[in-house]
Design a protein around this ligand. Structure first.
Ligand code: BES
Ligand code: MN
Ligand code: ZN
Length: 498
């Protein structure tokens, strides 16, 4: 899709669909019209007033009316949307943008012109609105088609114009529209990788995808380490997880050097378990298919690199993806087995289903090589996080308050929010093992925190935050599918570093 911004006269604008948000302010039940709305109302001989009076168009967030061939306008269609109130918060603006996007992509149209005049979002400017509008419209073009014999048709929507009241801020709006579009392309790639089944999306498949992304930008390179190379590095913990499968494990490393030569990179580490059966500590059968999503952390890293390179952001970022399949077999790791990590610390594996931390710890040690400014790991790590925060917030734990605060801010701006949990020493004690330096599980209590405490033993040399996306990376039930979270959060966080 293509996005642009113009200052134009909406009445004479030729487009397949003109989109106007209501932006009414209710004072004593008397609606107060914005100037754009008033102009459209006058040009259409009071169409909007009549629709409101008849109750067809409500001042509610999800109310909308589509008019074909509106009299008095040059546009072929007029889409009117209720906004509920004049001032929205971030989440309700995203809901509105999703609604606009959904209506546009399902119509047989190629072009659309959108005016958000008169709409205000609490403590956010018009550029923020432009970025999120483009993000949602481009996201709604997502289609997952490869396995249905009867294909769904892709949207015909190609060109979206944001109409501004004046030329002021036009260039900056275009930058934000393009950033929103780039983020959406990253989100959609991340969703596709998540939705692909485990028999297609293997560790080798992820490695090939990473190489493909790296070809698209001269400053992005990719190398893939095989099991022999990981063994030479001493990654005994990571390799213990892949012992039971026939799929070869891969350590994928992406280096994006578009910043200043001496600027330390931010390192993103994504959990890439392409299927998590639990291993010998086998999971119950119900919903086990959803463990194909256990590589969504990896997918979010690949999606973030897609967005970064498309927007050509001038920054240094490294991506590290430990990719494995967790399966039971005669060669699989058993409860009670003890392994040695790359850091030299030994681990008693009491539950082979707590495998994410076993691959991440070696990847986090490897991350130390880059003398990073900060390391973020992204992982579908614990069912406990789904219990604690549900699907609305990603769990966040960090050894640095400043880093945690900037992730919280990026979460607000991106509407892809995180909630911090404590990483206190008292929790860490739950990892005690009688036979090794630590156990890989910390008992029934505070499972998300003890998982992070485990990782915290490998991240002492740098500023680090852990993002547990078990509740946010995909939807279950009728709308089963990957969400592409937290690509928006990660890109926004990186933008804030510029
Ligand atoms: N991939 C799972 C976490 C998960 C479970 C995410 C359910 C989303 C939904 C992870 O590898 C796992 O199995 N974690 C265990 C840890 C336990 C054995 C300490 C869990 O959460 O049950
Ligand atoms: Mn598991
Ligand atoms: Zn897992």
């Amino acid at each position: 899709m293509e996005f642009t911004a113009v200052a134009c006269n909406l009445l004479t604008k030729k487009t397949d669909c003109l989109v106007i948000s209501l932006g009414y302010q209710v004072t004593d039940n008397m609606p107060e019209k914005s100037s754009v709305l008033e102009a459209i109302d006058n040009a259409t001989s009071g169409l909007i007033s009549r629709l409101i009076k008849s109750g067809d168009l409500k001042q509610e967030l999800n109310s909308s009316v589509l008019i074909n061939e509106p009299q008095g306008l040059a546009a072929d269609r007029l889409l009117l949307l209720g906004t509920g109130s004049k001032t929205l918060n971030e989440q309700s603006f995203v809901t509105l943008a999703k609604n606009i996007a959904g209506q546009l992509t399902k119509q047989p149209i190629k072009t659309a012109c959108i005016s958000l005049a008169g709409l205000e979002v609490d403590s956010r400017d018009d550029h923020w609105q432009a970025q999120h509008l483009a993000n949602q419209v481009a996201q709604s073009g997502y289609l997952f088609n490869p396995f249905k014999s009867k294909e769904k048709k892709p949207t015909t929507l190609k060109q979206i114009t944001l109409a501004l009241p004046s030329r002021k801020g036009l260039d900056k709006s275009k930058i934000h529209l393009n950033l929103g579009n780039a983020i959406a392309n990253g989100v959609n790639l991340s969703r596709e990788l998540g939705d692909l089944p485990g028999n297609i999306c293997t560790p080798s498949y992820l490695a090939n995808q990473a190489k493909k992304i790296a070809k698209k930008h001269p400053k992005l390179s990719c190398k893939v380490l095989d099991e022999k190379q990981m063994k030479a590095l001493g990654m005994g913990s990571l390799l213990s997880v892949t012992a039971g499968t026939v799929q070869p494990a891969k350590l994928i490393v992406l280096e994006y050097k578009r910043g200043k030569k001496n600027d330390k990179p931010v390192v993103l580490v994504g959990k890439g378990v392409t299927f998590d059966s639990g291993g010998i500590s086998l999971k119950p059968g119900a919903a086990m298919d959803e463990m194909k999503y256990d590589m969504c952390g990896a997918a979010s890293v690949l999606g973030t690199f897609t967005a970064l390179t498309e927007a050509d952001l001038p920054i240094n970022v490294v991506g590290i993806i430990p990719a494995v399949e967790n399966m039971p077999s005669g060669k699989a790791t058993k409860p009670g087995d003890i392994v040695k990590s790359m850091s030299g610390q030994t681990i008693e594996i009491l539950n082979t289903d707590a495998e994410g931390r076993l691959i991440l710890c070696d990847a986090l040690t490897y991350a130390g090589r880059y003398k990073p400014k900060a390391v973020l790991d992204i992982a579908t790590l614990t069912g406990a996080c789904v219990m604690a925060l549900g699907s609305h917030a990603t769990g966040m734990l960090s050894n640095n308050d400043e880093l945690a605060a900037s992730l919280e801010t990026a979460g607000q701006i991106s509407a892809d929010r995180v909630w911090r949990l404590p990483l206190w020493n008292e929790y860490d004690k739950q990892l005690k093992s009688n036979f090794a330096d630590m156990a890989n599980i910390g008992g029934r209590h505070a499972g998300t925190i003890t998982a992070a405490c485990f990782l915290g033993r490998f991240t002492k040399d740098y500023h680090w935050a852990h993002l547990d996306i078990a509740g946010t990376a995909w939807n279950s039930g009728a709308n089963k599918g990957a969400t592409g979270r937290p690509v928006s959060l990660l890109v926004q966080f990186l933008v804030e570093q510029l």
